[in-house]
Design a protein around this ligand. Structure first.
Ligand code: SF4
Ligand code: SF4
Length: 612
């Protein structure tokens, strides 16, 4: 359990931004917290689940998480929903209506933008949701501010009866800083008050709420001009004044310590008056923001002469080096080519873990001919890479099934003989995949679906979900029966199979038979992620060098525990020249899953204790 959970008020702790948000939410009296895991937001809910006096839950997807938080807010409790940036796309249906209802108990949506895409399929600027939904956006720059702004977000939410977006970025979420914590506020639930005109969004009610929402935004704009979250800092170097939001503030302060700065903590509605005052102090104004030129465009629209993305990159994080060099070059100052050379890091492609149950699946898929494979979001997206090259599409959470149906229905003559396979993980299937399967069944698609049930949200660190049998606190919970579920969605019972992904011949046979039959079918693989408690390793293996012929077949499994020790060129009796790859197994990493054994014709892969 994290130290923050037991820390007494006034204790100074080294916390990540996510831990700080969790502690602040608990202190703010949050009674309900819901999330779907996603880097870099995952730890917010993980930390909240460690606090005893609130309800914390993993939800099946971000829309459900937000709706749970909305329900708690309507019941008069303070509530928080947490997700990564792409999750807001999923939750947006609820968000765009909730902005009309407003909040009752304080309602905060913590969104973590993966700036630089360390682990995401796209880069999005969640501040747009604030503009789109007319909601206030708070942007902390570090862990200390993440803590303070979270507390403030609940106060703001109740004062203006609005949901509040807390926009975090990877840097804020994961970098640690010192935070002085406080005590938990006693904020009892105020109870649900029946008010259909406000809470039932039929068109007539929604029309009446619209002006209330716009009037709220106008009051928030006034508040933004006076809020201590927006700070005008003076400076002696007046060549450039900076308008800065989020963690880019630290970059600007490091690169230009003497410049005047408008630091935006409450960045929507934008305090245009404060920006005008900054413009009076400086010869020029540069807007520094990750990632889109949102503030820049709003200031321009308000008649201010500012620059931003014409000077600074629109993608990725803005470090002091990046901001300093870009702005200095723009000012016409000499800039050294490589003021701070990048550290030398050995390039390492992302790969699956040794013995990962997905290895066998992608090895098998890579051996199938005439298939189009539709992939999804999760560890198994790595199936697109070497050595499997076994994914043809990946769009977003749950899309593999519906995209597969589209590939089936939209196929041209040239693809008539090709079979369509969709691959999805257990959590992703529950998140958004079930509807796609229903669509395949309903529309009589020729699609074979592989549900890779590894009993965890593996990509984000093995969090629980309704298919794991445990809840967010690790306590026993009802467990989804995937086979029963897919049968209930209409897949014929004889077309539903549960297969051990370490048994390659069975997996291959089942897959080949199903794709040939036509119509919908589902193959569920049933081995746990190697990183969770449910995984049971067996004794490791080794390569008997005397027997290894260097055929390299075992490398096609893609297990990182198998290493090439040397390569040789050889001429076969047929006269064909081949490259041989002799290998060894890193026994410390090997869990003895036996996957590679079936690929080795000369039986050179043997138990550690085994004899040649
Ligand atoms: S048995 Fe083979 S595939 Fe399994 S972990 Fe060991 S080296 Fe990797
Ligand atoms: S499959 Fe067997 S023989 Fe071939 S490289 Fe691997 S260990 Fe050596």
């Amino acid at each position: 359990m994290h130290a923050a959970v037991h820390a007494a008020p006034a204790t100074r702790l080294l916390l990540s931004g996510n831990e700080a948000v969790a502690r602040a939410a608990w202190e703010a009296g949050v009674r309900v917290a819901a999330a779907y895991p996603g880097t870099p937001s995952t730890e917010i809910l993980e930390c909240l689940a460690a606090y005893p006096d609130l309800h914390a839950q993993w939800s099946t997807n971000e829309k459900v998480a937000l709706e749970v938080a909305i329900g708690a807010s309507l019941a008069g409790s303070r509530a928080l929903a947490a997700m990564k940036h792409v999750g807001v796309n999923v939750a947006s249906d609820a968000l765009m209506t909730q902005t009309l209802l407003g909040a009752r108990g304080g309602l905060v949506l913590a969104v973590a933008d993966d700036v630089g895409m360390s682990s995401s399929q796209n880069e999005q600027d969640s501040r747009f949701w604030g503009r789109f939904a007319h909601l206030p956006v708070l942007e902390p720059a570090d862990a200390e501010e993440a803590y303070a702004y979270t507390r403030e977000a609940f106060a703001l939410s109740e004062r203006f009866e609005t949901p509040v977006i807390l926009r975090l970025t990877t840097r804020v979420c994961h970098v640690k800083g010192l935070v002085t914590v406080g005590a938990r506020e006693a904020v009892p639930a105020r109870g649900f008050e029946r008010d259909p005109a406000r809470y039932v969004m039929v068109p007539a009610h929604a029309r009446r709420r619209l002006p209330i929402m716009l009037e709220r935004e106008a009051r928030l704009a006034e508040h933004a001009e006076a809020s201590p979250l927006n700070r005008l800092e003076d400076g002696a170097d007046r060549r450039v004044g900076f308008v800065v939001s989020g963690p880019a503030y630290l970059a600007v302060r490091e690169a230009f310590p003497e410049a005047p700065v408008l630091k935006l903590g409450l960045s929507h509605p934008l305090p245009v008056g404060l920006a005008r005052r900054l413009a009076e102090k400086a010869e020029r104004v540069v807007v520094v923001e990750e990632t889109e030129p949102l503030v820049e465009q709003e200031l321009r629209a308000a008649g201010l002469e500012v620059t931003g993305k014409a000077v600074l990159p629109r993608m990725g994080e803005l470090s002091a080096d990046v901001v300093g060099r870009a702005v200095r070059a723009w000012l016409g100052e000499p800039v050294e080519e490589h003021a701070r050379p990048a550290p030398v890091i050995f390039p390492r492609p992302p790969t699956m873990c040794p013995a990962c149950p997905h290895l066998g699946v992608f090895f098998t898929l890579s051996r199938l001919r005439n298939v189009i494979i539709s992939g999804d979001i999760g560890c198994y997206t790595l199936g697109a890479g070497h050595p499997w090259n076994a994914l043809d599409t990946t769009i977003c959470m749950g899309a593999s099934l519906s995209v597969a149906l589209g590939l089936d229905k939209g196929r041209g003559e040239q693809d008539r003989g090709r079979h369509v396979v969709a691959v999805i993980g257990d959590s992703t299937f529950l998140h958004m995949g079930m509807q796609g399967l229903l669509d395949i069944v309903y529309n009589r698609g020729d699609v074979t679906v592989l549900i890779l049930d590894n009993r965890a949200v593996g990509m984000t660190g093995g969090q629980d979900h309704p298919g794991t049998g445990r809840d967010a606190r690790g306590e026993e919970a009802p467990r989804v029966d995937f086979a029963a579920l897919v049968r209930a969605l209409g897949v014929p019972a004889e077309r539903v199979h549960e297969v051990d992904p370490y048994e390659l011949p069975t997996l291959f046979r089942t897959l080949r038979a199903e794709i040939k039959r036509g119509g919908p079918s589902v193959i569920i693989t049933n081995r746990p992620c190697v990183l969770i408690d449910a995984y049971r390793p067996t004794p490791p293996l080794r390569v008997d060098e005397a027997r290894c012929t260097g055929c390299g077949n075992c490398l096609d499994v893609g297990c990182p525990a198998i290493l090439v020790t040397r390569r040789e060129r050889a001429v076969k009796p047929s006269g064909k020249e081949v490259e041989l790859a002799f290998v060894r197994i890193e026994s410390l990493a090997c869990t003895g899953c036996n996957l590679c054994v079936g690929t080795c014709a000369p039986d050179a892969i043997v138990p550690m204790e085994g004899r040649a």
